[in-house]
Design a protein around this ligand. Structure first.
Ligand SMILES: [Mn+2]
Length: 375
C-alpha cells in the first residue's frame, strides 16, 4: 500500500426534523438517508481505506431503530470492502449515558471504531499504517481540544478526527468544544478531519491540511456551502490530494432584498423567480423601508412562488414605521387613507405588545387595501 485513501464526512444529522421545511420535511428526512447511502457507494467506488465520521452522524441520541439499521447496513457494506470506519460522537449525539453508541448494534463490529473517551486517544490501524487520533464530546469541554497533539513515529500517516469550533478571533470565541488554529497547525498531522460546522471549509494551517467537510445535505437555509464530502489521497511522503465531492440533492440559500432598491412588486417577484430551482431551499429576507406602492402580502407572494422551489419562505423584516406611514399622506377620501388614520389613532394610545400587533395589522391591512384601491 503506497497511498492512503480516505473519505471524510460528518454532520449527517440522520433523523433531523427539518421543522423549517414545513410540508417538505418528511421528504428531506428521506433524502438524507438516501444521500448517506450515496456517500457509502462513493467510498466503495473510490476504493477508500478509511471512512471518517466527524460527529453528529445522528441528530440526537434517540434515533429511530430503522435509522440505526440503515447505518448498520452501510457499515456492513463498507466491511465487505475492507473499509475501516472511525467515528467520533458530536454535539447532537454526544457520548452520554444515553448515547446511541452504547446500543448493542455498535458493539463488536470489526471495522468500526467509536472514540468514547473525553481526551485525545490514538487508534493504531497497523494494516493501514495509520494512526487516527479522536476524542468524544463528553459534557462540556474546557480549553483547546487539540492541545498538545503531535504525530508520533508509529505510523506512516497520522489523522485527527474531532468535532468542535475553530477559534476565529472576533468571530467565534466560545462554543462547546474549541480548537486553536495554532495547535492544529503545530500538530504535524497529515490531515485534520473536522466536524461541527455545516459548510465545507478549508482551515489548513502551516502545512497541516484541515477541513470541515460540512453536512452532506443542507440542514437549514444557512448551510449554503453544505452538500459535500471530502475524498483525500495521501501518497507516502508526497503531497496529499484533497477533493470535495458534491453529494447533496438540495441546495440552501438566503436572498437578502433591500426594498429601497426595488421598484415594485413585479420586480421583487422577478428577483425571486430568477432563482427558481426545484432543489433549492430558499429564505427571502426583505429589509429596508417599503414605499407605499410596494406594500405587498409576503404570504401570498410565498404561495405564488413556492412551486418553483423545494421550499420557499419569505420573511418580511422591512421596517414600515408608523411614522413613515404618517408621511405617506394618503388621501382621506380613499379607504386606505381612512384605515391608516384610524389605525394610527389606535396605535398612538396602545402600548408594548398591543402596539406591535396593531402595527402589524396596519401593514397587512394596508397591503390588502392598496390592492383594492388600485382596482
Ligand atoms: Mn452538526
Amino acid at each position: 500500500m503506497d497511498r492512503l485513501r480516505v473519505l471524510h464526512t460528518g454532520d449527517v444529522h440522520l433523523g433531523a426534523r427539518f421543522t423549517g421545511l414545513g410540508v417538505r420535511r418528511r421528504e428531506q428526512r428521506r433524502k438524507l438517508v438516501e444521500t448517506f447511502g450515496k456517500v457509502i457507494d462513493l467510498a466503495i467506488n473510490a476504493g477508500v481505506h478509511l471512512f471518517l465520521i466527524a460527529g453528529d452522524l445522528f441528530d440526537s441520541n434517540q434515533p429511530a431503530p430503522e435509522l440505526v439499521n440503515v447505518v448498520m447496513g452501510g457499515f456492513d457494506r463498507l466491511e465487505r470492502h475492507a473499509i475501516e470506519v472511525c467515528l467520533v460522537p458530536g454535539t447532537h449525539d454526544r457520548y452520554s449515558e444515553a448515547s446511541v453508541y452504547r446500543r448493542m448494534e455498535f458493539a463488536d463490529r470489526a471495522n468500526l471504531h467509536v472514540f468514547t473517551r473525553g481526551e485525545l486517544t490514538p487508534l493504531e490501524l497497523p494494516s493501514l499504517r495509520t494512526t487516527v487520533w479522536g476524542r468524544a464530546l463528553i459534557g462540556s469541554q474546557k480549553g483547546d481540544i487539540l492541545a498538545g497533539l503531535r504525530r508520533g513515529n508509529s505510523s506512516e500517516w497520522h489523522i485527527a478526527l474531532v468535532h468542535g469550533s475553530l477559534r476565529v478571533p472576533g468571530v467565534v470565541e466560545e462554543d462547546e468544544a474549541m480548537i486553536d488554529t495554532a495547535s492544529l497547525g503545530a500538530s504535524g498531522m497529515d490531515y485534520v478531519a473536522l466536524g461541527h460546522w455545516h459548510s465545507l471549509a478549508d482551515y489548513s494551517r502551516w502545512g497541516t491540511p484541515a477541513f470541515y467537510c460540512g453536512a452532506p445535505e443542507p440542514l437549514s437555509v444557512r448551510d449554503r456551502d453544505a452538500g459535500f464530502v471530502i475524498l483525500a489521497e495521501f501518497p507516502a511522503g508526497g503531497r496529499p490530494e484533497i477533493k470535495p465531492i458534491r453529494v447533496s440533492r438540495r441546495r440552501a440559500d438566503i436572498l437578502h432584498v433591500n426594498m429601497d432598491e426595488i421598484a415594485d412588486g413585479h420586480e421583487l417577484r422577478k428577483r425571486i423567480q430568477a432563482l427558481a430551482d426545484e432543489n433549492l431551499m430558499l429564505d427571502v429576507v426583505l429589509r429596508g423601508l417599503t414605499p407605499h406602492h410596494l406594500l405587498l402580502d409576503p404570504i401570498e407572494l410565498e404561495e405564488d412562488l413556492s412551486p418553483f422551489f423545494f421550499h420557499l419562505r419569505i420573511k418580511d423584516l422591512s421596517s414600515l414605521s408608523v411614522e413613515h406611514l404618517g408621511r405617506l399622506r394618503l388621501p382621506e377620501s380613499t379607504l386606505s387613507g381612512c384605515f391608516v388614520r384610524l389605525a394610527q389613532a389606535k396605535i398612538a394610545e396602545s402600548q408594548a405588545e398591543e402596539r406591535k400587533l396593531l402595527e402589524e395589522a396596519l401593514k397587512v391591512g394596508l397591503a390588502y387595501l392598496s390592492r383594492s384601491d388600485a382596482g
